[in-house]
Design a binder for this molecule. Structure first.
Ligand code: NCD
Ligand code: ZN
Length: 347
């Protein structure tokens, strides 16, 4: 059994940092282990212009702990009013690295998302031309569609038509939760990849609902049945470069999660690498952890992998982590994988 593993410093290709006091509280948790992260733009109001992305990037940089080595990679929130020229210019000058598509109403702070996909066609075409990746929250919002089917239906109704109509558009299907999404990504030849979260490799829908309702396991897309979790594990540990880590670490104050209408989102920034090492070891794939956390995503975004390295060590006694972290916006509960963690990032 390996006792230690040295890998290139990981990147997080889907992260929510929020703003203000929450940003200050959670940013050190990501900056400790990750070199770069794709920063989600679903603030209130959302980050919709290049100027807003630059201002948000400045606020993130200002909130970094002294000496931290962390680069925020900004995104724009696609709306029906998005100006294609602003997208292309902001990408060309290095402000943004992707554009995020939220179907209106699909998830937290998505009210300004897209209702009529024809209205964003000029932007998608400009993005394909300029090589700007589109990150997709892949769920339909049709109330007639069962919440557990929303991702699979999105592929047929929205994603595949968009990709056919916009050849050359590079797409990341974010936080995939189903075997249908894994299969769809595998059939694509080029320009399609998927991020997989830490928590979706660990929980299925029973964790949320069996034996009492557990709001800290509720996120969107919601965890599906066990067969899907297994498909995600197989994809993540396969070495297939189309799958890479996007934690979707999405902090909410506990009061907003533990409520009659609790917010969606799992906070995993703090213990993601310990959990992933555990999962990959369980799958007999520790030697492929680095590809998932530190190589495949960079390759998709045409960036060099990080030169710096981190070392994970296997402890004999389980790691003791706080149940929640304190932030100026209130306590935030850390995702509990439900098993003891032995892998620790050496400081
Ligand atoms: C995210 C959030 O809280 O911003 N929530 C979540 O459950 N993942 C939004 C998202 O990525 O869907
Ligand atoms: Zn997210």
């Amino acid at each position: 059994m390996s006792e230690s593993l040295t890998i290139r410093r990981p990147d997080d290709w889907h992260l929510h940092l929020r703003d203000g006091a929450m940003l200050e509280g959670v940013l050190p948790e990501s900056a400790r282990h990750f070199a770069r992260a794709i920063i989600m733009p679903n603030l209130v109001p959302p980050v919709v212009t290049g100027a807003q992305a630059r201002a948000y990037r400045d606020r993130i940089r200002a909130a970094l702990p002294q000496g931290a080595d962390f680069t925020p990679l900004m995104t724009l929130y696609l709306t029906e009013e998005t100006d294609p020229a602003d997208v292309v210019a902001s990408h060309r000058d290095g402000t943004i690295h992707a554009v995020k598509l939220y179907p209106a109403g699909a998830t937290t702070n998505s009210a300004s998302g897209v209702r009529d996909f024809d209205r964003v066609r000029p932007t998608l075409e400009a993005m394909a031309e300029a090589g700007v990746p589109l990150c997709v929250h892949g769920e339909v919002t049709d109330p007639e569609i069962d919440i557990f089917d929303r991702e699979a239906v999105f592929i047929d109704r929205v994603l595949d038509p968009i990709r056919r109509a916009t050849p050359g558009l590079r797409v990341v299907m974010e936080h995939v939760t189903t075997s249908q999404a894994v299969d769809y990504v595998r059939t694509a030849k080029d320009g399609l990849a998927a991020t997989i979260t830490t928590h979706h490799l660990v929980i299925n829908r029973n964790h949320i609902l069996a034996g009492g309702i557990r709001p800290h396991y509720y996120c969107l897309p919601v965890a599906k049945r066990e067969t899907h979790r297994r498909a995600l594990r197989a994809a993540a540990t396969s070495g297939d470069a189309r799958f890479f880590l996007g934690t979707d670490s999405a902090p909410h104050p506990d009061a907003d999660k533990e409520s009659a209408c609790g917010c969606a989102g799992c906070f995993t920034a703090t213990n993601t690498l310990s959990i992933l090492a555990h999962v990959f070891e369980e799958e007999g794939a520790l030697e492929r952890l680095e590809a998932f956390t530190s190589l495949h995503g960079a390759a998709f975004y045409a960036m060099a992998p990080n030169a710096a390295r981190i070392t994970l060590r296997r402890r004999t006694a389980p790691l003791s982590l706080p149940a929640r972290i304190a932030t100026g916006a209130g306590p935030v509960t850390l995702f509990d994988p439900g098993f003891p963690l032995y892998w620790e990032v050496a400081e």
